[in-house]
Design a protein around this ligand. Structure first.
Ligand SMILES: [Zn+2]
Length: 261
């Protein structure tokens, strides 16, 4: 358990802080680490609870603002002394302000181009979250991430779990298109790994040959650009356009055509 994904929440009962062993009284704000569902199933990894003092002492970056999760290295908690400044305590209250990014952008989607790459990634995670996924940003943790910036899976108790991989490309210049190289590299990273869906999101668009390459992968890779993001900003996730990689007819056996839509 090297990385903690901490959700700030009220303690449902008395917990013992996994960092300092102090009691976290029921009803007080604290942080809960939610292990990945698979880690919970296979390795029996448990939810753990952390007091504010321990977490704030690591001076966490307000990273996963979308899911309101803080991203803290486990070992940082043990190494710190517990000198807290008022600044740290105040700063944590601000976590979550990034959720307003989507609201701000919906008035003027073109502002997307002026975001920083990190802000754009936060924003896309916010939209994935709105679609019902649990997004997890991984780019800053692993250098050799093979072009996967975010992993996501259906949130809640889905009866059909799967893992998705996303690569998020931000360009300042709205005219810059993603070419086939990006798609080919991404495909190389996710094929042969346990991903059932891959998505490349850019704030611009894709070249025709990039679109062509993606189409050859039988729907494993979806490309989403500025126009798609504009729909997502309006919380419209069920547009016909989301189905464009899914054929209207499938040939299951020679001559046996099944019409899907
Ligand atoms: Zn503690």
């Amino acid at each position: 358990m090297a990385t903690l994904y901490l959700l700030e929440t009220r303690a449902a009962k008395n917990y013992k802080c996994s960092g300092c062993d102090e009691i976290i009284p029921r009803g007080t704000m604290h942080f809960r680490h939610d292990p990945h569902p698979m880690a919970r199933l296979h390795r029996g990894e448990k939810y753990t609870h952390w007091c504010r003092k321990c977490v704030m002492a690591t001076n966490p970056r307000p990273k996963e603002q979308v899911t309101r999760r803080l991203f803290v290295r486990r070992e940082n908690i043990q190494r710190t002394d517990y000198q807290l400044s008022l600044f740290d305590v105040v700063r944590i209250e601000l976590v979550g302000i990034g959720c307003n990014l989507s609201e701000r952008l919906s008035g003027n989607p073109k502002l997307i181009h002026s975001l920083s790459p990190d802000e754009f990634e936060d924003f896309i995670c916010n939209r994935l979250h709105a679609m019902g996924f649990e997004p997890r940003q991984i780019g800053s943790t692993f250098q050799a991430d093979g072009g996967v910036d975010v992993i996501f899976w259906p949130r809640g108790s889905s009866s059909f779990p799967f893992l998705g991989a996303a690569q998020i490309k931000h360009h300042q210049n709205p005219k810059r298109r993603e070419g086939p190289g990006t798609v080919r590299d991404f495909w190389g990273s996710i094929s042969g790994r346990p991903f059932s869906a891959g998505i490349i999101v850019t704030n611009t668009s894709f070249s025709p040959s990039a679109e062509w390459f993606a189409r050859q992968q039988n729907g494993l890779i979806r490309l989403r650009g500025f126009e798609d993001i504009c729909r997502w900003l309006e919380n419209n996730f069920s547009s016909e356009a989301e189905w464009r990689e899914i054929p209207s007819t499938i040939e299951l056996a020679p001559g046996m055509l099944v019409k899907i839509r």
